[in-house]
Design a protein around this ligand. Structure first.
Ligand code: NDP
Length: 445
């Protein structure tokens, strides 16, 4: 088995040189599904694994725009249309200077399995640009978004490909992109999700990834007869996912004590309360300031240039970006008595660190299961747009909760090994089978 996996990966690396994050994401899935494929020759004969790692389509394009000084700037835009076996391509757009093909291919690949786990009819995709919205004026962001959408609009549509937000893409950016799409196509359709409520958005969409991650973690805790009451939680990031993770945590009686950004982290041992979270939301979503200002305002510790994994805690919610938990962080967390890791971010834990969590038999929920709440509500935003209706907040929250419980059930079904649940195997296999069967049904396409 190990040789088969190694040969497969050698070929993949040769074919996709330099795309290290993509290699990492594929390796994790292949390790889980290869033994299953070996036992089910129909997948092998149809070369499902070889096909599933190859995007159906990759679009790369120039994004020229003018800054406030009148100078011409050029960025690179991408959309990876990875797999449409289960429905239109669906997945976010990321605006961050680190964006290149390898990061977006890893995200699109993960998205295929995640979307399958939600049980909703969505294929997988991802896109974005190496544009950095940080430090740009609203007008500069608008000019960039308009130029980006001028090209992207040719490739997307409500029944083809429906992008959403991700790092660097929130309500402001979705608004600018939607406006440009509408203007060019003369159509008011559900081509993007994450829209504002008054023009086609869904209640609970902003909250969905963070809330969903905490709901998933709650199910994990229940398998050990535990709850969030009094649990000290470390959260990284301070963007969309982190903010609503913190909110749901304190609502369920836990004590979130950290937040971070790319400069450092704050540690507030008294806990981040509703009122303090309001300050964070204003700071990050409106003033676009740095998390350091929280420490000054609430007189707590700020640690420059580090992640919060050195803080003693019961539960961990990495909610910033890929590869933020390294082997030494995992060792430290386990040593400090951490019992649960639920990933709000995509692939935030390095493979060596995952091994440490798994050996220690702590509850470890991989992002493609635990952070699927965001795309699930996006899927329901698409349904509401098609129906030209909007469902209530309570209804959406209930649907989100149900979906997260079902995803947890799927992980248990495919990942239970005696008393222990291997959530990595559970999520990978649970996501894979549905996509693979749909690919078989649809013939060699
Ligand atoms: P935001 O842009 O709202 O926030 C991202 C946060 O992470 C910011 O605090 C940012 O700090 C920090 N961050 C980003 N990159 C880095 C880095 N390289 N090093 C250190 N800190 C970093 O993004 P989201 O909250 O939407 O996304 C966070 C994660 O969750 C991503 O992995 C995303 O793919 C994943 N995700 C998001 C979903 C959603 O619905 N939004 C759905 C599912 C997964 P700074 O401001 O300094 O850059």
């Amino acid at each position: 088995m190990q040789k088969k996996i190694k040969d497969f990966m050698t070929e993949l690396v040769k074919k996709n040189p330099g795309e290290t994050e993509f290699h990492q994401a594929v390796q994790e899935v292949v390790e889980s599904v290869m033994p299953f494929i070996e036992k089910n020759p129909k997948y092998q004969e149809a070369k499902i694994l070889d096909r599933i790692v190859e995007p159906e389509r990759v679009i790369m394009f120039r994004v020229p725009w003018q800054d406030d000084k009148g100078e011409v700037q050029v960025n690179r835009g991408f959309r990876i249309e990875m797999n449409s076996a289960l429905g239109p391509y669906k997945g976010g757009l990321r605006l961050h200077p680190s964006v290149y093909l390898g990061i977006l291919k890893f995200l699109a690949f993960e998205q295929v399995f995640k979307n399958s786990l939600t049980t909703l009819p969505m294929g997988g995709g991802k896109g974005g640009s190496d544009f950095d919205p940080k430090g740009k004026s609203d007008n500069e962001v608008m000019r960039f978004c308009q130029s980006f959408m001028t090209e992207l609009q040719r490739h997307i549509g409500p029944d083809t490909d429906v992008p959403a937000g991700d790092i660097g893409v929130g309500g402001r950016e979705i608004g600018f992109m939607f406006g440009q799409y509408k203007r060019l196509r003369n159509e008011f359709t559900g081509v993007l999700t994450g829209k504002a409520l008054s023009w086609g958005g869904s209640l609970i969409r902003s909250e969905a990834t963070g809330y969903g991650c905490v709901y998933f973690a709650e199910e994990m805790l229940k398998t050990r007869g535990e709850s969030f009451k009094g649990k000290v939680c470390a959260v990284s990031g301070s963007g969309n996912v982190a903010q609503y993770t913190v909110e749901k945590l304190f609502q369920l009686g836990a004590k979130p004590v950290t937040l971070s950004d790319s400069n450092g982290y704050i540690h507030d041992p008294d806990g981040i309360s509703e009122q303090k979270l309001e300050f964070v939301m204003e700071l990050k979503n409106v003033k676009r300031g740095r998390i350091k200002e929280y420490a000054a305002k609430y007189n707590c510790k700020y640690v420059e240039g580090r992640w919060p994994w050195e803080v003693k805690c019961d539960c961990v919610f990495p909610s910033a970006t890929q590869n933020e938990i390294h082997e030494s962080d995992a060792e430290q967390l386990v040593k400090n008595g951490c019992m649960l890791v639920a990933e709000g971010a995509n692939m935030p834990t390095l493979p060596e660190a995952i091994k440490i969590f798994q050996q220690a038999k702590i509850l470890y929920g991989p992002g493609k299961a635990s952070n699927a709440g965001g795309v699930a509500i996006s899927g329901l935003e698409m349904s509401q747009n098609s129906l030209r209706l909007s469902w209530s907040r309570e209804e959406m929250d209930e649907r989100l909760h149900d979906i997260m419980v079902k995803i947890h059930d799927t992980c248990v079904k495919y990942g239970k090994d005696g008393k222990h649940i291997d959530y990595v195997k559970g999520a990978n296999l649970g996501g894979f089978v549905k996509v693979a069967d749909a690919m078989l049904d649809q013939g060699l396409v």
